[in-house]
Write a protein that binds this ligand. Structure first.
Ligand SMILES: Nc1nc2c(c(=O)[nH]1)N[C@H]1C(S)=C(S)[C@@H](COP(=O)(O)O)O[C@H]1N2
Ligand SMILES: [Mo]
Length: 312
């Protein structure tokens, strides 16, 4: 599923992109595929109709990847609708090109980047992450992009910047859900600077080795795998560096239910339901939810000394 038809890969595309493999290896295409795979690489189609060989990291220890069709047709994207099965169709005509990301606030100088510029900040990787929604379902998804820290570094934040706010595009013409008051628009999220700099936090342009579909947040979104899904903001147009904890749409909508931190925490229930277990989309029954969604080793230190029932 991840490896597309290998006969489509021309020699040029690979030698040009170069890298990890010698020309002789390339000639033996099958050998190449096997070698690349065992070395932890995958082929991801690029914008020029070819493929890039990208580093692949499975952070789940081999959990079953959610069927692509499920990840692309069961979505939360309230700007379109609150009905998960209908986002895909309603987002089909959402215009995502051209697209600019504006950087403001506590930065050396305010900036604007096109998505294509941002894509060149670092090499694409594929990372398989768990995504757990606060509602109690979860998926395992291969995302394509790179660490959010690569973007932060390019923005040159001042040392006084302690938080980052992310803002989604508000396009009422193409976003029927945004004509209602179900949330505070534009959709806003935020991270503390050290959270944003943690290498697990990802800036995403694609999934399953292909483009990021509109319903999943095209052309660019954030994925923060140790936090409930709502922190993973879609279709970003603005990044604001601040010295105070920024507003977030869910926190404004229901402060008792959706905290700023939103770390996946089986010990802290949502006021209306337990967070101890989750339903993995595509499997029967429920499984135990892990602290920090299974990423405690990499992120628990960020919250040392904080009372996580208060900073939920
Ligand atoms: N702009 C925006 N981003 C958003 C949302 C939204 O409604 N609007 N929903 C969030 C929620 S609640 C979840 S669970 C994830 C779902 O991402 P997915 O559809 O790619 O699985 O997106 C998050 N990002
Ligand atoms: Mo969610």
């Amino acid at each position: 599923m991840i490896i597309k038809d290998k006969s489509d890969i021309s020699e040029n595309e690979v030698t040009e992109k170069s890298l990890y493999l010698s020309r002789r290896d390339f000639i033996k295409k099958t050998t190449l595929t096997a070698a690349a795979l065992s070395a932890g690489f995958v082929f991801v189609p690029n914008a020029h109709g070819g493929f890039d060989i990208v580093k692949k990291t499975d952070t789940t220890g081999g959990e079953k990847i959610t069927k692509e069709i499920a990840a692309k047709s069961y979505n939360n994207f309230y700007e379109f609708t609150t009905s998960k099965g209908d986002v895909k169709d309603l987002a089909a005509d959402f215009p995502t090109d051209p697209w600019e990301i504006e950087v403001t606030g506590l930065v050396k100088k305010p900036l604007k980047f096109s998505v294509d510029e941002v894509k060149r900040f670092a090499g694409t990787q594929e990372r398989i992450y768990r995504l757990r929604c606060v509602e109690g379902w979860s998926m395992v998804i291969p995302w394509n992009g790179f660490s959010l820290s690569e973007l932060v570094k390019k923005c040159e934040p001042l040392s006084s910047a302690k938080y980052i706010q992310f803002v989604t595009k508000l396009d009422k013409e193409h976003m029927p859900g945004a004509r209602s008051n179900v949330l505070e628009w534009p959709y806003m999220e935020g991270l503390r600077m050290d959270e944003a700099m943690n290498p697990l936090a990802m800036l995403v342009f694609g999934m399953y080795g292909g483009e990021l579909p509109n319903q999943n947040g095209a052309p660019v979104r954030v994925i923060v795998p140790w936090k409930y899904g709502f922190k993973s903001i879609k279709s970003i147009v603005r990044i604001v560096f601040t010295d105070k904890q920024p507003s977030t749409s869910w926190n404004i909508a229901a402060p008792d239910e959706y905290g700023f931190y939103a770390n996946v925490n089986p010990q802290v229930d949502h006021p209306r339901w337990s967070q101890a277990r989750e339903r993995r989309i595509g499997s029967f029954g429920k499984i135990d939810t892990k602290p920090f969604n299974g990423y405690a080793d990499q992120v628990a230190h960020l919250y040392k000394g904080m009372d996580l029932s208060r900073f939920f």
